[in-house]
Write a protein that binds this ligand. Sequence first.
Ligand SMILES: Cc1cc2nc3c(=O)[nH]c(=O)nc-3n(C[C@H](O)[C@H](O)[C@H](O)COP(=O)(O)OP(=O)(O)OC[C@H]3O[C@@H](n4cnc5c(N)ncnc54)[C@H](O)[C@@H]3O)c2cc1C
Length: 438
Amino acid sequence: MSGVKFRVAICGGGIGGLCLAVALSRHPNIKVEVYEAAARFKEIGAGVMIWSRTWEILAHLGLDSNFAEIAHAIPDGSDGVGFDYRKSDQPMEGHRFYLFHRPYGCIRFHRAHFLDVFVDALPDGVAHFGKRLLSYTQNNLHGPLELQFSDNTTARCDILVGCDGIKSIVRKQMLEEKAAKTGQGELLHHIDPVWTGTVIYRGLIPVDRLNNRDGLEHRTAETPMMYCGKSKHVVSYSISRRSIVNVVACTSHPELEGTVACDEPWVVECTQKELLDCYDGWEPEVVDMLKCIEKPTRWVIHHLRPLPTYVSNKVALLGDAAHAMSPHQGAGAGQAIEDAFILAHLLGHQATSLATLPQALLAYEHVRLPLGNHVLRGSYESGVMYEFNGPQTDELQVLGPAIGRQWNWLNETTPVGEAERAVRWLVESLQAAVVEER
Ligand SMILES: Cc1cc2nc3c(=O)[nH]c(=O)nc-3n(C[C@H](O)[C@H](O)[C@H](O)COP(=O)(O)OP(=O)(O)OC[C@H]3O[C@@H](n4cnc5c(N)ncnc54)[C@H](O)[C@@H]3O)c2cc1C
């Protein structure tokens, strides 16, 4: 332990937890442990896309060439299509109503490959499997935390980061304790995720299969597509050097947002007929594509009511534990990576010591909570707009630019700029505390 300034326990080894562990492992004076409930690191689902601001972080971590090897194509910064928005809920051929493009376009991956890059970058001895966190205790505000796991073991740390996903146990305990301590009962409304009103069907299609149907290349082999219609939309894009197409077909009941969906598991297998019936009467380009998905899975999509806080003393929430969101801006993983980057930057800074950890976490919250919650709300609103249920309804000439404005957050700041802002806030708050003490 000599030379170690504090010990960080990361609960959960998904994209967020692993990115944090890798970023922290660059600071030799911080001891990092990852406690993962499962027997190994794994991702479910198929594709994942990121935007240029996440790429900036991966480059900062020195992992850009590793991620470039597994991307849909080598990212070179040139302008690319983010999404090609098309009206598709009619039997005749649809038409584009908006083209969203930006530097790098959207950078796409197979999820399993994406996680593996972080796993490979993790130093030996950091990961502990079969460690499902049940609770944590802190008897003294300035002392260490004790973690209790379901295998009857315990561990100690100086700071706990809950990276344990949408059903986070860390979020539950943190908000319950805060509510009891402050009398803010409304905090309890943010513990359980709520249904977005949307159900999605997912599937993967080998590109050869898709293209061979009429001898022509399907549009989505090259271009990330957003096929839009009333209360439904279909997203598709190629991954794995354009050899596979990832399809996400959404169907919504916006009036049910905020309710509890049903007792059935969030992810189940379903029949191809159910999927095809849902998009009956859509343009041939969509129906032909969906016919290639033999075994779709059906997902009930939940999100969080935006949290009023991400931290409490020496406990912090990160990724889906803090801001689980609907997938309509392809941003949940990117936002988890951004949390990890900024938290690691703060913890590694010389101003952060065992004594100043709570202030460092407040600096993290100061910078991350507004954007995390903004993207959470914006992702939901965007999905509503793609399905002609927003204020613009299906007035496509106004809808297209309005959808474009939903993406402004991608350009308004940069992760490096945000990390510097967080450190400035920390240093200034520590200086203000010294002045107050005098
Ligand atoms: C259909 C769909 C498509 C999406 N597409 C995109 C996209 O294109 N781009 C994008 O950026 N985002 C996308 N997202 C969102 C993205 O998948 C998530 O935001 C991201 O994976 C969250 O990562 P995480 O590490 O915070 O949580 P998770 O990936 O949920 O990881 C949590 C980890 O914690 C572990 N764990 C849970 N409880 C405990 C416990 N008590 N003790 C110990 N370990 C525990 C779990 O086993 C798991 O390994 C999509 C989401 C969906 C549903």
